[in-house]
Ligand binder design. Sequence first.
Ligand code: SF4
Length: 154
Amino acid sequence: MEYLADEIAVMYLGQLVEQGTRERVFGAPAQPYTQALLSAAPVPDPVQQRSRQAVLLGDDIPSAMDPPSGCRFHTRCPLAVQQCVDEVPILRRIPGGTAACHFVKEDGSGPDVRLIDGPSRWRPAGPHDADPHDADPHDAAARSPQTHQTRNPG
Ligand code: SF4
């Protein structure tokens, strides 16, 4: 796809979650589902491919006929919080395209699921839980294909 298209659109359960130029989507995917999806895509360089690791998502894939409330990706997104269950994220314009996630900012910065260590599933936040959006995986400055390693596909 990277070599065939100028514009990329990514959908999850029938909804557009990210769209943009090939360079922007492949170089700096903003939406967590796009980040996870691209982390599992093979690259033609065998050396680079050996060092790549895919983000592991929960395998509880909802039905498009009965999609989850709020953000449809919330049942599998490692970064989901209550707001993701309650509110549908708007498709926000960002440099080089659009992205639908409550935590992607207008400048395209936001969370990065590729920086999370280990698979994770959403659960209701307890009173003593730290806000996961304060952690490094959400550090926009760290989001770059060159600055992280993801985990083995599996
Ligand atoms: S952080 Fe929330 S809004 Fe963003 S992709 Fe994950 S579940 Fe959706």
